[in-house]
Design a protein around this ligand. Sequence first.
Ligand code: MSP
Length: 500
Amino acid sequence: MSFYVTTPIYYVNAAPHLGHAYTTIAADVMARHHRQRGEEVFFLTGTDEHGEPVADAAHALGVEPQELADRNAERFRALAPQLHASNDFFIRTTDAQHEATVQRVLELVRENGYVYMGTYEGWYCPRCADFKAEAEIDAGNLCPIHHVQLTREQEDNYFFKLSAFQQRLEALYDEREDFVAPRTRYNEALSFIRSGLRDVPLTRHKLTWGVQVPWDPEHVFYVWFDALLNYYSALSYAGESDRTQTFWPADYHLIGKDILRFHAVYWPALLMAAELELPRHVFVHGFLLMDGEKMSKSLGNVLDPFAVIERYGADALRFYLLRDVPFGQDGSVSTASFELRYESELANELGNLASRTIAMVHRYRDGAVPAAELDPQLDADFAGLREEVEWLIDRAELTGALEVIWQRVRRLNRYVEESAPWQLAKDPGRADELDGVLCTLVGGLRVLGVLLTPYLPVSAERLLAALGAEGRSLDGARWQAAPAGAQPIGQLESLFPKSR
Ligand code: MSP
């Protein structure tokens, strides 16, 4: 089995912020979970470096686009490991191999009859060397960036025959109801298709920052076609050998809701035009909001991921984003709600459960997990949990999966209170009972450690190591007592220290 998951590639016209970290974290949870299943996984992220926004930002700074791209791509590349993201490759659309694939695939699209020369008419800014969308234009036909008068101009461009895919796209949505999720996004994409597809410009004439059109070098490809193809091109050169056979088509493209149309309409049409297989799923997440507004650099309302990581660690950030904002919906984030989750859930619920359990095994049993039966009281909670988590993650329900795991963190906390091992320890006649409780707590925590590994890779690893757990694969999430003669319990430094 193989599994291929992608994030959008990030524009290098700005520095990384929490919105970018969000998709990377989510994709990483899926990648790590599938690796735990023993599957061969490919997890791709990277940067989108061509197009007018990047060219504009570079010119505003007085540097060449390539220079800005080089500078910011490194910041995105560095973000991934800081988030503990385990991406297998980092693609840049200025990679020569990517550019060659874009040219090859789009040449094929043309040979297949889906490209023609047409005229694009719109409002043009001479300073941007670019057309502006109607929605961007200020009153008085001024450029929103340069505040100069726009002129009505025409440009001869190559067009992509999107309209030719009207029926096939409708059929796709008909046959594959899980092509786009959540359902609201599926409906949104389908109604856009049903409203009637129009052909779209495939190339730009007055822009030079892009991949050259092989049959007409005066043109570059419109940035979205170049960008979307990253998902396909990367497989051919990410490793020593071409990985396309193993990983294509992608299992999951994770994207934000603002880029739905490109992924849910243009992308499948482009793949059909190039006779390539379509991805299995596009999952659309919402926006992280601050004070009710989309977080963005230009609004200056960003929760700085680097600052959070420095203070609390990347695991805490990963947990917070997937726990507090239901994956697939918009949600507000704030420092206050972050701190609340950190204290009440990570430190108090999980951290304390782990440290109490480990301390009791040391105090009452010299650090050896007693050979005993698991308490059948917890069977209903733990048997089948692994399958439940798999089912949810198969649907990219990352908040849902974390919730079912967390219910069991709480269940174990209640179990400690109900069974009061400290009372049992006072009565030598109840030693067997105490053995059973300690064995159950360790068994339960091992299951949780394994299932939490994708979310909290560093802390879960520390927990599992301290518990003497051997494997990290999903087999370790089976509800079973530690084998007799299991490794002794180690020491555990506080997982989520409170005084930071
Ligand atoms: N370069 C394109 C994507 C090309 S994919 C073939 C792009 N880049 S972006 O850097 O502007 O955005 C990348 C992703 O970050 C998008 O999925 C976008 O939705 C996401 N986010 C940016 N700000 C966000 C929030 N405030 N909240 C959540 N995600 C948001 O679009």
